[in-house]
Design a protein around this ligand. Structure first.
Ligand code: AHG
Ligand code: MN
Ligand code: MN
Length: 355
């Protein structure tokens, strides 16, 4: 039974009433929770609800949309439009942001979201999620593109939903990171993971190693050292995970520590990374930093990057702070022209030990 436990609404009232826009922000996060419940229900029905499979459409990034991408996007858009708390919305699945107009009421925030993260997992019945970022809207006028293109430090709230064996909503309003589990029978989110703290140290990394040949030297150096385990400079064995769902990856890191890397690589020089700044990297960085972790491109704190495009991509390295700091240090050393056994002439492409 959930009686006596703290619901999401109670947490929000306790933590936001009395702050400027606090009541509106609390109400907006209750709306986010409503959309999440709808998506949780659709994803749990799987093939029975017609939510598996692909559409014939592609999004602005050229990716084939899954049915659940589109259904989830509609769930968020409808909830935000009806809720009267946002002045505009932007999404991975929509080419451009759009303003909320009459007959709907305009509110004081902007919502930017990835309605369904980890879409390639839907048909395999592996965990997926949603990610959201909340900014302040301009006062007294419709939002324009520049209003959305704010660095992550300007976020007033951020979080994600994880549709796994249980559905969880993890949020931050800048006062720590807190996790709520959906009690399906009652329809309430209950505070089950208060004030999450990411362990500073870890022996677990997550990276898509099929891209290894495209990595930059500091990333190759770091992962090479992890793989060398006890026999290498780290003098301990590491473990690896890759779920291909950033939400599931970040959640595991929040629970038991770890480092997640989707670094810049040379696979497609027109794309500086795989993940999107506005609705993946920024909100997850706020969640991670508020939980005592660190989030960087390898060269910059992600939340300080000034965005130029709504769908722009960026390198992401986040998680346990001592490990992320090590990767950042390897980037610094590389950029200063030192510190890389892997870039030694003996091991370079035309070196002594290579064909
Ligand atoms: P989305 O499903 O919203 O497009 O995001 C998928 C992202 C992220 O969740 C995951 O970490 C990464 O893409 C997986 O990429 P690879 O398939 O290259 O491993
Ligand atoms: Mn995504
Ligand atoms: Mn997505």
């Amino acid at each position: 039974m959930h009686l006596g436990r703290k619901t999401l609404s109670k947490y929000l009232i306790e933590n936001l009433s009395g702050t400027p826009d606090g009541a509106d922000l609390a109400a907006l996060l209750v709306d986010v929770a409503a959309a999440v419940k709808a998506i949780s229900g659709m994803s749990a029905k799987g093939a029975l609800g017609g939510a598996t499979g692909s559409m014939e459409t592609t999004n602005v990034q050229g990716e084939t949309q899954k049915k659940l991408d589109v259904l989830s996007n509609t769930a968020f858009v409808n909830t935000f439009e009806m809720g009267g708390l946002v002045a505009g919305v932007a999404s991975e699945e929509m080419d451009d942001p759009f303003p909320v107009r009459a007959p709907h009421q305009r509110g004081p925030f902007l919502a930017i979201f990835d309605p369904l993260d980890g879409s390639s997992n839907i048909d395999g019945n592996v965990s997926v999620g949603s990610i959201f970022s909340i900014l302040r809207a301009p006062e007294g006028r419709e939002p324009v593109m520049e209003d959305y293109l704010k660095p992550g430090t300007e976020q007033v709230a951020a979080g994600y939903a994880l549709y796994g064996p249980a559905t969880l909503l993890v949020i931050t309003v800048g006062k720590g990171t807190h996790g709520f589990t959906l009690d399906r029978e009652v329809g309430n989110f209950i505070l089950t993971h208060p004030d999450i703290q990411i362990p500073a140290d870890t022996s677990e990394f997550a990276i898509n190693t099929s891209n290894e040949r495209f990595w930059e030297p500091p990333v190759s150096r770091y992962i090479g050292e992890c793989k060398a385990g006890k026999t290498g400079v780290r003098e301990r064995d590491f473990n690896m995970r890759w779920i291909a769902s950033m939400v599931a990856e970040v959640h595991r890191i929040l629970i038991r520590g770890g480092i997640f890397l989707y670094p810049r690589d040379t696979k497609d020089p027109s794309k500086p990374g795989r993940l999107r700044l506005m609705y993946e990297a920024n909100p997850m960085s706020m969640v991670v930093e508020q939980a005592g972790g660190m989030s960087s491109t390898g060269r910059e704190r992600i939340m300080e990057v000034v965005p130029t495009q709504i769908h722009q991509r960026i390198a992401v390295i986040l998680g346990s702070r001592h490990e992320v700091a090590r990767v950042v240090q390897y980037h610094e050393e590389h950029d200063a022209g030192k510190g890389e056994p892997f870039s030694s002439p003996l091991f370079s492409e035309r070196g002594l030990y290579r064909n």
